[in-house]
Design a binder for this molecule. Structure first.
Ligand code: SF4
Length: 697
């Protein structure tokens, strides 16, 4: 009986930032099936990943023993998939930890602390993220520590910090229940935040107006009052055109602007140059449609704005988010029920890992590393000496620094830059060049293939710890299964390395780490480990030990020096590379419902891999006809950085000059093609736009 179980454990889905609470049903110590719990974000619902994407934890290729690279074996991906471990030998934990810490210490002592960098993970708990950034800062004296938020919403956070004073959402996504209108731009929640999407659908069912802005006519369009399918990269002119209409037609909220904002007159003047009639060619959207959508948003009583990586992953990603903030502010749509700004977070703990300081410019709670007072507050908590006042290097800058011989060793926990970085050949060459690479993970990932030493870690369902979802809900994750073989929880491994690096760390349980985090993180006020054990989730900010947390913030002002939010005008910056005669189409990358990021977990989940087993891209049927390729046939995609060959699907959601490419498949790795050009503020790469040539293969 598949419903037969002998134990139940409550935890959190390990995939997306929705943070669905799950009930894991176990039989003989193994997860047999998963059901949704009545958590604040999911209210009992789960998507296919949450429901079926659990059995990777029992996969035979789990890392079960520490591994050390065999002498003389070259680093790289050219391993036999049937015998993936042949380039490594098994080692004891003592030997592997000594080797890992010893290599980092040798380079720290001979070349300086800056020669060692770290990537932590949004797949780990808050406590593990906190310890990881502390290790790099305390153990090596600098801030060269980052994680996949850099590739996700770094530009959104930059714009929110600048103009609102906080990088987190101003309202939970569930608040859409109280909205009259909602914009979803550059996000495909039906595939990427599926349970959040169910709330969006309910909103339209009761008459809410949904405005979908996207270069792809993605599946949410079926629920939309307006679909504005704009040209890739034309976000700023489109949004400025909508705001220009609101100014022209006097639809802005002057009382809100006067009471809560600054710099409005500058923004108002700036928008005068964006009449939609003058921008039809640039945006690809007719002026009447822009005007109609703008009117519906501005005249509604309560409006929300949701966005995803279609907004953030551009060299103008920060400007895109500035526009969305401006739009919400000018219409008075922050701080009240049914209003808010909500960048939909990707990984299940990307919010929490960022809050915990796993970023090169901020300590926990986004406190500035360049501020002497902030650093001394943390060195007091940590009872250690000062560390660098310089902002550290970001994910992509670290790869460049390896090529420049400035970084020689890395500690990578749960990240897979050999698949996830833009222009991944450049990243793989960097990993191969490192003198010393320590990888801590649950599988022999593509990145682990470049490691000198691999430390086997527990999967999410094998450990205890807190995670924070897109809604600012801090939730309790609980261990359901025992890690295989000798694999251990990440926080324990990081502590063992720290002790070998000379740090006096003694934590015996994640609750002790959480207690230390609270000393430097006001966001966790009134949220305790014991409380989470009982309540499972508390939203921050929580105003008292009884308060379940505030789902809406900034009703009475903003956490900026002036107490006001700021309008920052955004000008049009074209994508970094334009299509030309040689590369005439536009490539955009993203995820699919069944696979998660680089596929390391979902491609090892039996059901998910069966549903979506093959590398694929999406092209318009007319494009396939021109190429002479049947749907299901092979195409070659080439950019200035490389080429891949894979199966093509016919998909009317993409325009005829565009190709959509998921990035989960190592055999046709999307990031061989992507452009590493960075947004200057958020330092996020332009994953969403590259000039590409498509040919029949
Ligand atoms: Fe997991 Fe996200 Fe699906 Fe919820 S919506 S079950 S958190 S992948």
């Amino acid at each position: 009986d598949s419903r037969d179980f002998d134990e139940e454990v409550q935890s959190i889905c390990p995939f997306c930032g929705v943070g669905c609470q799950v009930s894991l049903k176990l039989k003989d110590g193994k997860v047999k099936y998963v059901e949704g719990l009545n958590g604040p974000a999911n209210e009992g619902r789960l998507c296919v990943k949450g429901r079926f994407g659990y059995d990777y934890i029992h996969h035979p290729h789990r890392l079960t023993k520490p591994l050390i690279r065999l002498e003389g074996v070259e680093k790289g991906l050219n391993v036999d998939p049937a015998n993936p471990f042949t380039h490594f030998r098994e080692a004891s934990w003592e030997e592997a930890l000594d080797f890992a810490a010893g290599g980092m210490a040798r380079l720290r002592d001979s070349e300086g602390g800056e020669s060692v960098a770290g990537f932590g993970s949004a797949k780990c708990t808050n406590e593990e993220a906190y310890l990881f950034q502390k290790l790099i800062r305390q153990g090596f004296g600098h801030n060269n520590v980052d994680h996949c938020t850099r590739l996700c919403h770094a530009s959104s956070v930059a714009a929110l910090m600048e103009n609102v004073g906080s990088g987190a959402v101003t309202a939970t996504f569930n608040e859409i229940e109280n909205a009259d209108v909602a914009i979803v731009i550059g996000a495909n929640p039906i595939e990427n935040h599926p349970v959040a999407a169910t709330f969006f659908k309910q909103f339209t069912k009761r008459g809410g107006k949904l405005i979908v802005l996207d270069p792809r006519a993605q599946s949410l369009k079926r629920f939309a009052t307006h679909l504005l399918q704009f040209r890739p990269g034309a976000d700023v002119p489109l949004l400025n055109a909508m705001m220009c209409v609101i100014v022209e037609e006097g639809l802005y909220d002057q009382d809100y602007i006067d009471g809560f904002t600054e710099n409005w007159e500058v923004e108002k003047q700036h928008l005068a140059g964006f009449a939609p009639e003058t921008l039809e060619d640039l945006t690809g959207v007719d002026a009447a449609s822009i005007r109609a959508a703008a009117r519906d948003f501005a005249t509604a009583e309560r409006g929300m704005i949701f966005w995803g990586m279609g907004v953030s992953q551009h060299i103008h990603g920060t400007d895109n988010s500035r526009c969305l903030i401006n739009l919400a502010l000018m219409t008075g749509n922050v701080g009240k029920p049914g209003t808010g700004l909500h960048p939909l977070r990707g990984q299940n703990n990307v919010q929490g890992a960022s809050d915990a300081g796993l970023i090169p410019m901020f300590l926990p709670d986004y406190r500035d590393v360049t501020d002497d007072g902030v650093r001394s507050a943390f060195t007091e908590i940590w009872q250690s000496g000062d560390f660098s006042a310089q902002k550290g290097l970001t994910v992509t800058e670290i790869m460049d620094a390896i090529h420049d011989d400035r970084i020689k060793s890395m500690y990578i926990l749960g990240e897979n830059p050999a698949m996830s970085d833009p222009d991944v050949t450049h990243a793989r060459d960097a990993l191969a060049k490192l003198e010393h690479l320590v990888v801590q993970d649950i599988f022999l990932t593509e990145t682990a293939n470049y490691a000198d030493v691999i430390l086997p870690a527990a999967a999410f369902y094998e450990k205890n710890g807190t995670v924070t979802n897109t809604n600012r809900q801090v939730q309790m994750g609980r261990a359901a299964a025992t890690p295989p073989g000798e694999a251990r929880e990440d926080w324990q491994i990081t502590i063992d390395l720290a002790q070998r690096l000379g740090l006096d760390w003694n934590y015996s349980h994640p609750s002790e780490i959480f207690a230390e985090m609270k000393l430097g993180m006001a966001s966790l006020d009134n949220i305790t480990w014991d409380r989470l054990e009982v309540e499972n989730a508390v939203t921050y900010p929580s105003l008292s030990p009884e308060d379940p947390g505030q789902s809406i913030v900034f009703g009475d002002g903003f956490p900026r020096e002036s107490g006001r939010a700021r309008f920052t005008p955004a000008s049009v910056i074209p994508p970094d590379e334009q299509p030309d005669a040689e590369y005439p189409m536009v490539l955009t990358t993203g995820r699919q419902l069944e696979h998660w990021h680089t596929g390391s977990m979902t491609r090892r989940s039996r059901v998910l891999d069966a549903v979506e087993p093959q590398a694929n891209c999406s092209l318009h049927p007319s494009t396939l006809r021109k190429l002479g390729v049947e749907a299901g046939g092979s195409v070659r995609l080439a950019t200035r950085r490389g080429e891949i060959t894979l199966m093509a699907r016919a998909d009317r959601a993409v325009s005829p000059d565009m190709v959509f490419l998921p990035f989960a498949y190592v055999e046709a790795a999307a990031n061989i093609l992507t452009n590493p050009a960075l947004d200057p503020y958020g330092k996020i790469p332009e994953f969403k736009f590259a000039a590409v040539k498509v040919t029949a293969a």
